[in-house]
Design a binder for this molecule. Structure first.
Ligand code: SAH
Length: 223
């Protein structure tokens, strides 16, 4: 049973009505993939943030998760997930930047196999505990530097999602994309950040610039 199948009803500011209003807002902003909308409606974002912030969980805003990091804005989670689904579903996804594990849980409700890495050990441990509590079993988490990709070089992914901004595309990571595979990442040119879609075609990597975005930076090494 996945998290999205379970009934995590909230009350007041975390009630289904409040969540439905967020979904309507996402639709108005151009999220039209039914699978994404359905999963976003059901995954309880309020259980991925500190209790003191739970009442703000269904506002379309990023929230602090400690250690100087943030849980991405719901629109961004929906938008990036939708981008990964545009060319159809895929069997495996690698996420760089587990954070609180919310985006990971959304991915796990859609893709059969999800891999996610986080450089901050405390966040990694917390996400591991949380996803286990929600009985999400199709996720593998690692405390490692995502710049190096998944720490098994023979493995390749059909989709890669990076949830922290980088100034260049990490080579080791791009090498873990299957032919035809798609990677989405916030690209930082030093002035601003742009959501970017990278596709591995037979001629090499094709890069497309999409929306302007704001993300925390991709940092090297472990913490
Ligand atoms: N998907 C997360 C977003 C967290 S913010 C969520 O929904 O909560 C981005 C995360 O990327 C942070 O937790 C940060 O610690 C992590 N991060 C930054 N650089 C990284 C790197 N090189 N390798 C792995 N994780 C990294």
């Amino acid at each position: 049973m996945t998290l999205a199948d379970r009934n995590h009803q909230g009350i007041g500011m975390t009630s289904q009505r409040t969540r439905d209003r967020l979904i309507q807002r996402l639709q108005q902003q151009g999220i039209n993939n039914e699978q994404v909308l359905d999963v976003m409606r059901r995954v309880p974002r309020h259980l991925f943030v500190d209790e003191a912030l739970a009442h703000r969980a269904y506002e379309d805003t990023a929230l602090p998760i400690g250690y100087g990091q943030t849980i991405s804005q719901p629109f961004i989670v929906a938008y990036m997930t939708q981008l990964l689904l545009e060319e159809g579903n895929a069997s495996s996804v690698l996420e760089i930047g587990t954070g609180c594990g919310y985006q990971t849980a959304v991915l796990a409700s859609i893709f059969p196999q999800v891999y996610s890495v986080e450089r901050i050990e405390a966040l990694h441990q917390q996400a591991k505990k949380r996803l286990a509590e929600f009985e999400i079993y199709n996720v593998q988490l690692r405390h490692t530097d995502g710049i190096e990709g998944w720490p098994n070089l023979t493995y390749r992914f059909e989709r890669i999602m990076m949830t922290a901004a980088c100034g260049e595309i990490p080579e080791a990571l791009a090498a873990q994309l299957t032919p035809g595979g798609i990677m989405v990442l916030p690209f930082d040119n030093g002035v601003d950040q742009t959501m970017t879609r990278i596709t591995r075609s037979s001629e090499g990597l094709i890069s497309e610039a999409l929306e302007k975005v704001v993300f925390v930076p991709l940092l090297p090494g472990l913490s």
